[in-house]
Structure formats: structure tokens, C-alpha cells
Design a protein. Sequence first.
Length: 264
Amino acid sequence: MNLEIQDKVVIVTGGAKGIGAAITRAFGAEGAVACVFGRNREEAAALVAEIGAKGGRADSFPCEMTDESAVRAAVAAVLAKYSRIDCVVNNAGVNDGAGLRSPVAEFRASLEKNIVQCFVLVQAALDALIASKGSIVNIGSKCSVTGQGGTSGYVAAKGAMNGLTREWALNLAPHGIRVNCVLPAEVMTPLYARWLSTRPDPAASLAAIKATIPLERRMTTAEEIADTVVFVASPRSSHTTGQILYVDGGYVHFDRACTTKAST
């Protein structure tokens, strides 16, 4: 299927590692120019080189996402180089564990890291998105609908992301801009692997997690998230907006206590 995104310019925040890197690779492989935003300068440069060596296109615009002036400058740099922005993927964020007993300053900082920077980026890119009749894809989290415990800041931010997906979809529909949210659950990323390694028995913990995922009892891959993001961002998904799409093997909406085997 031709996704019709050849030469489209796409900003991917946190696009140098984990789910973000998979999204960057997927856009690059489809002929789009994937522009990596984030502070991981060396990782971004290596990824851009890797994609280029495979015949794809990518670029890096290093910036700290919580620094408003740096984000606006990075958007200006993209426009100066490519003269357009066709899509923004709000992927950057961190489950930082700012909980109910954390200082209020940590809660506020979590909101800055996980949702305020998304608002800043979309605002900075808005005129360019209007000009291109572009799209926005937010990367959410199962925590926004299930809760997790001990991570009030992250959950509040991801809940706000769900709300902003609907708000922006309505707000921007007159401009032809589509806004959707792709919501992962259990995805093996470097950050997830690091957390898993802190468990008393990582192998047993991983097996227990996989057992709660109804479809195939396995983790979702970063590439499966990326494929959905690229399709939803593309013109081949031209009448899809305001949607929260769960790419999670049924984790959120199926009863995880179910142990039914395949049957006829």
C-alpha cells in the first residue's frame, strides 16, 4: 500500500530511542523526512545515519523538550531547511514516578515533561500544519485509562493527552488537520527493560506480564506501534480523527484474568 507520505516532513519527539526510534525508522522507510527532536544528540545522529544508509530520510534537531525557546527554535530550523511540516508525533515523555507523596514541584515537573511540551510544540508548528493540512499523532499510555499506582504526574499528563487529542481534533477540523492518539500498553523498550532488571526475578516478572496480554500472550513490539502511527498519520487514513487507538494485544479492554485457550 502506498501511504502517500513521500517527502512529507514529520517531527518525532523522543525519536532517537525506544518507540520513538521505531517511529522514526518507519517514517524514513516510507520516504518521509523524519525529524528527530530531543536531547539525545549522539543517538539521534546514529539513527539518522542508519536510516540514510538504508536509503531512507531522517534529520536531527537536538533540543530539550521542556525548554520552550529551544523547541520553538527547532521548529523554526525545520521550516528554514524544509519549508513545511506535515505531521507532529508527540512521543517524548517519561514515567517518572511522581506520586501522591512526591513534592508538588515534582508533580509540576512531570506535567512539564509529559504534556506541557506537547502543547508548546503543537503551538509552535501550528501555522505550518494549517498550511499543509497536516496531522498530529499523540503517543499515550494505558495508564491514562487503567491507572498504575505511584505515578500521579505521568497518569495526569497522559489523561490530559487523551483529552487534548479530542479537543485538538475538534478545534483543528476546520483546517483539515487530523489528530489521533496511539495508546501502547506493554512494549519492550530500553526503559522498560531497565525497569524489569530491577525486579527480584526479571524472567518471572516478564512471564507474568505476558500472561496478562490476551493476544498471543506476548509484548507488543515498538514496530507494531510505529506501523499504526505511520498509517494514522498518512492520507490513507484521511477520515480518522479524534480517535484513541489501542495497540496493546487486548490488554486494556479484555479481562486480563481470562485464561481461555484457543478453541473452536
